[in-house]
Design a protein around this ligand. Structure first.
Ligand SMILES: Cc1cc2nc3c(=O)[nH]c(=O)nc-3n(C[C@H](O)[C@H](O)[C@H](O)COP(=O)(O)OP(=O)(O)OC[C@H]3O[C@@H](n4cnc5c(N)ncnc54)[C@H](O)[C@@H]3O)c2cc1C
Length: 432
């Protein structure tokens, strides 16, 4: 079997890359060990689309990507027989806290990128979220701390609301949509097949070998294996020169019923609250989904992506009780529901979109729990990067500049380099 490019993984980013490479005329094959597109970490994603990051480049990428979600069916150019995923643009409120510098840096980034935002005061927050207490509880604690649940006496009573934000109702379906759109342009997908070797000749990748013995020849191979990215980089022998590494990090996401008296599903929105280290969003069926913003007091559980605990632990209780500080009327069900999944965490929580020391071998990984929203624009950027490198340019020496068409702005793709130093501007959390 011969292809122009093999993509390892068919999550939301791997499937988007298949579509964008196909649009650029490449004959592609995605190989994935799961049964269908988006069944890896993408399926457990909270699929929040937000446009604020702690870095200018991170925000620019996200705002560019937002326009694809807003016009999802137009972007795809197909109607999936399973239906097209929906982007619910409910907006996102970020509480102003000491931890996020009261959003000063974010506001200046948004001003530069012309990202719309609104200032919300205590009264407006009360009006929009009548179930919310505005007491401050920072620093975030674990529930076995004797001071857990005691307010520090100050208030969290203002925030920034971003209207160009929301969430996608079904992240797995969105990856499936991308697969269907890519197939229409000739892309091929091979499921239930594990990549077990990266084949090389001299200094160049020449293809892959699969667990069933199949060999696929291609001059370009791209690692989009999500939490398995480090294993694949190791297989290719490119991990040692990387300054930024990636590791699978276990995460629990809580689903609880919305409290009586407030229709969070229809009147709520995404809220990021670093005072209690929780982010939340409406979830269908009248539920609220509660994720963690990775406070210092929580232990980071790095695991093997093929062998980790898929049961809820006391982390679930910590997240739900932290949120109950903000919403005292929250009912806590005895049966734990939600998601246990993995981030592919990079050392500075910024992704790696890059080439490698092996010619023809590329990577889109280290997505650190915050790159679902960027799948389509990251895929386009990767196509540009591949074309740039394959025409003989040295991206490490003279980084590729990608033109963000919606923002009409150049993005230095060296920002996402595997060789970068840890970015001091990063939030060092899922917030990116
Ligand atoms: C709990 C959680 C919440 C999140 N919330 C958000 C959010 O709100 N907003 C946001 O923007 N991002 C969020 N993210 C991050 C986002 O979901 C990911 O960045 C994104 O889904 C990664 O997509 P991917 O295609 O790179 O990886 P994946 O979806 O993990 O796909 C990788 C694929 O590679 C395959 N694979 C691995 N190894 C092999 C092999 N050897 N051979 C063949 N196939 C292989 C796997 O089967 C898998 O299907 C969240 C992530 C998690 C886990």
């Amino acid at each position: 079997m011969n292809f122009d490019a093999v993509i390892i993984g068919a999550g939301v980013i791997g499937a988007a890359l298949a579509l964008e490479l196909s649009k650029a005329g490449f004959k592609t094959l995605n190989v994935d060990k799961n049964h269908d597109a988006g069944m890896g970490s993408t399926s457990g994603s909270c699929a929040i689309i937000r446009v604020h990051y702690s870095t200018l480049d991170g925000s620019a990428l996200a705002y560019e990507g937002y326009f694809d979600w807003k016009n999802w069916s137009d972007y795809l150019g197909v109607e999936d027989a399973l239906g097209n995923a929906k982007f619910l643009e409910c907006g996102c409120l970020v509480m102003k806290t000491e931890q996020n510098g009261f959003m000063k840096k974010h506001k200046s980034i948004c001003d530069e990128l012309r990202i719309p935002y609104e200032e919300w005061d205590s009264k407006l927050i009360k009006e929009k979220l009548p179930i919310y207490s505005q007491d401050s509880y920072s620093p975030t604690k674990r529930i076995d701390d004797e001071d857990f649940g005691k307010s520090n006496g100050s208030l969290v009573n203002s925030g920034i609301f971003f209207p160009t934000a929301g969430y996608v109702t079904d992240p797995q379906l969105s990856a499936h949509n991308l697969k269907v759109a890519a197939e229409k342009l000739g892309a091929r997908f091979k499921f239930d097949t594990e990549v077990t070797n990266i084949n090389k000749k001299n200094d160049r990748v020449i293809g892959i070998t699969c667990s069933n013995g199949d060999v696929v020849n291609a001059p370009i191979v791209i690692n989009v294996a999500g939490p398995a990215s480090f294993k694949i980089n190791k297989m290719a022998g490119v991990e040692n020169e990387m300054n930024i590494k990636t590791r699978p990090l276990r995460q629990e996401v809580v689903h609880v019923p919305q409290p009586k008296g407030f229709d969070f599903e229809n009147n709520g929105f995404v809220v990021s609250d670093s005072d209690i280290s929780c982010y939340v969003r409406p979830e269908h069926g009248g539920n609220i989904l509660i994720g963690s913003e990775d406070p210092e007091c929580d232990i980071r559980e790095f695991v093997d992506d093929d062998d980790f605990n898929r049961e809820f632990t006391e982390q679930w209780d910590n997240q739900v009780l932290r949120y109950a500080q903000r919403v005292p009327s929250l009912g806590i069900p005895s049966r734990k529901r939600g998601v246990v999944e993995l981030y592919d965490a990079s050392d500075d929580w910024i992704p790696i979109y890059d080439k490698s020391s092996l010619n023809g071998f590329y990577m889109a990984c280290g997505t650190s729990g915050n790159q679902y929203k960027n799948a389509t624009v990251a895929a386009r950027m990767m196509v540009g990067l591949i074309q740039y490198c394959e025409s003989g340019n040295d991206h490490d020496e003279k980084p590729f500049k990608y033109h963000l068409t919606k923002l009409d702005r150049e993005l230095n793709v060296g920002f996402f380099s595997r060789l970068r130093k840890i970015n001091p501007e990063s939030s060092n959390s899922v917030l990116g």
